[in-house]
Design a protein around this ligand. Structure first.
Ligand SMILES: Nc1nc2c(c(=O)[nH]1)N[C@H]1C(S)=C(S)[C@@H](COP(=O)(O)O)O[C@H]1N2
Ligand SMILES: [Mo]
Length: 319
């Protein structure tokens, strides 16, 4: 696989991002405007400070789409992260001071190796890959995002799950003090998600630690979040602190909140409408106010890699 040193965000994009963030008090700085590699400027707009804010030695991947990626502004200012509020710009507005270092992940359940690991030991930097994925929210909008992450299969393998491990269960951090959204009972906190073991070890599943070659901004789920591109966005749990190998299908936060609207599987299926709206089409964020919606594909277009996982499963019942 090709290794490359990452320098993808162009300077005009960083400038417009900062313009957006700072609006009135945009500070004109020659270095900031002049260099595409100015991590500090991006940090100022809350990509967390890490030992290496800019990630390097990232392999490219055959699983990346060649569709046009969304801008860094789209990706970092329009999304869902209910721990920081329910409006689309709340995550970016309310997550600025959230501390994601130091960070540890507890691995438990049916596996030979379990325990508490700090982020640096959990994520092996030499395994970093860029995955440019189409992402589809259940709310019928979509984006194309250049994630940086590690195949979940490689992480799962390290812990040597036992044959009893049929599912992998994930949990987001519970921190009412610093996540204002958790003061409201919109969801049952902490946010919970899960995958079957075969979904977790499918080559498309990754744990992401970055976007655009930089460490994840808080609003996108720093320091570590799940990405499963053939499923609706809500499966992609953010700011993970727990991972557990379990025998029973885990109950997920959205399923607990509205079982008739959000299923455990949540495979993108344009033929099964959400009870309150159609899933046949989607609005590509950034395509302009008057752009037509585009048709949604089965499994978000990733069917050749994942359709076999659901052979014999009634996808209307298991939505
Ligand atoms: N912990 C947590 N993870 C979450 C959410 C959330 O509210 N809390 N929202 C989900 C939903 S509905 C979507 S669409 C994606 C959106 O964020 P992204 O664009 O950074 O992937 O995050 C998912 N992960
Ligand atoms: Mo979503």
């Amino acid at each position: 696989m090709r290794k490359r040193n990452y320098c993808k965000i162009n300077s005009s994009e960083i400038t417009s991002y900062n313009n957006y963030i700072n609006r009135r008090k945009f500070i004109k700085s020659a270095t900031l405007a002049g260099s595409a590699m100015m991590v500090a400027s991006v940090n100022g707009a809350n990509i967390p400070e890490t030992p290496q804010g800019k990630l390097s030695d990232i392999s490219s991947s055959i699983y990346s789409t060649d569709e046009k990626t969304n801008s860094i502004v789209d990706v970092t200012t329009y999304n869902n992260f209910y721990e920081f509020g329910t409006n689309k710009d709340d995550p970016y507005k309310n997550s600025k001071n959230f501390k994601t270092r130091p960070w540890s992940i507890e691995v438990s359940g049916h596996a030979e190796k379990t325990g508490v690991f700090n982020l640096e030991d959990f994520i092996k930097p030499h395994l970093l890959e860029e995955r440019i994925y189409r992402m589809r929210c259940v709310e019928a909008w979509s984006m194309v995002i250049p994630w940086v992450g590690i195949p979940l299969a490689k992480i799962v393998k390290q812990f040597k799950p036992l044959s009893k491990a049929k599912y992998v269960r994930f949990e987001t951090i519970h921190d009412k003090e610093n996540m204002i959204g958790q003061r409201y009972r919109i969801l049952k906190w902490p946010y919970r998600e899960g995958l079957t073991i075969s979904e977790a070890t499918n080559p498309l599943s990754i744990l992401a630690v970055g976007i655009y070659g930089y460490a994840l901004p808080n609003q996108n789920g720093a320091p570590l979040r799940l990405i499963v591109p053939w499923k609706y966005g809500f499966k992609g749990i953010k700011s993970i602190v727990k991972m557990s190998f379990v025998e029973q299908q885990p109950r997920t936060s959205w399923e607990m909140a509205a079982p008739d609207e959000y299923g455990f599987y949540a495979n993108v299926n344009p033929k099964v409408p959400h009870p309150r709206w159609s899933q046949a089409r989607e609005r590509r964020i950034g395509s302009g106010l008057f752009a037509e919606k585009i048709p949604t594909s089965m499994f978000n277009g990733y069917g050749e890699h994942v359709a076999h996982l659901y052979k014999g499963l009634n996808l209307r019942r298991h939505f």
